[in-house]
Design a protein around this ligand. Structure first.
Ligand SMILES: Cc1ncc(COP(=O)(O)OP(=O)(O)O)c(N)n1
Ligand SMILES: Cc1ncsc1CCOP(=O)(O)O
Length: 213
């Protein structure tokens, strides 16, 4: 199981469009330097060789910053690297992923806006449950909408760390942490930046929100 405290803070998620043209590694390094504690490699392409190369490079970066790497969707790639995994509702069995990756692996589950999905994920061995989208998301506009009060309900009912995702930026994140989110997952508000310096500044600002909460 993940150590207490490991699953708290800024959760950065990569996006292949925002991080094209050689931006992936410098922008991720900046996010980690700025304090991101988890990094999810989210790449929907079918280029297996590139995915393996990029995931390996991200794994090295995460290790050098003491951060946790999570692979989106792909349990085989997570097993190959010995890292964590995030599964959506259509991405295969969480219990099978737990059996494949072992007790120590961080495995997260998408629960949209449904507490029942979170309870099920907990019973199947999830390490965290993710709710959202909470706001308009440029990355995934069609994701089911959730409201912040869901986080307080989840905190009372589900004994796992809670991730909030979807349209979160530096102006709307704090109330989600107040309501019970122990991680804030961000794509656009972190990586749609003009330079690595700006990514690092944003990551520091997101991370600081957890110090005052
Ligand atoms: C932390 C986190 N929460 C939710 C998601 C969404 O996962 P999913 O529903 O599988 O959708 P895709 O990301 O695969 O488009 C996530 N990736 N990370
Ligand atoms: C993957 C995902 N799942 C629900 S919303 C979302 C996108 C989050 O990206 P952004 O922070 O840009 O809204």
């Amino acid at each position: 199981m993940a150590k207490p405290g490991k699953l708290r803070g800024l959760y950065a998620i990569t996006d292949s469009q925002l991080l094209a043209d050689g931006k992936l590694l410098p922008y991720v390094e900046a996010a980690l330097t700025g304090g991101a504690r988890l990094l999810q490699y989210r790449d929907k392409s079918t280029d297996e060789a590139r995915r393996l190369r990029e995931a390996e490079a991200l794994h090295r970066l995460c290790e050098s910053h003491g951060a946790t790497l999570i692979i989106n969707d792909d349990a085989e790639l997570a097993a190959r690297l010995g890292v964590g995994l995030h599964l959506g509702q259509q991405d295969g069995s969480l219990a099978a992923a737990r059996a494949l990756l072992g007790r120590q692996a961080v495995i997260g589950a998408t629960c949209h806006a449904q507490l029942a999905l979170a309870e099920q994920a907990a019973s199947e061995g999830a390490s965290y449950v993710a709710f959202g989208r909470f706001f308009n998301s440029l990355t995934k506009p069609g994701a089911p909408a959730a409201t912040p009060d869901l986080l307080a309900q989840a905190k009372a009912q589900v004994a796992l760390p809670i991730v909030a995702i979807g349209g979160i930026d530096l102006h709307n994140a704090a109330p989600l942490i107040d309501q019970g989110a122990s991680m804030i997952a961000v794509i656009h508000a972190l990586f749609a930046a003009a330079s690595p310096t700006e990514v690092e500044r944003r990551a520091r600002a997101f991370s600081a929100l957890f110090e005052s909460n």
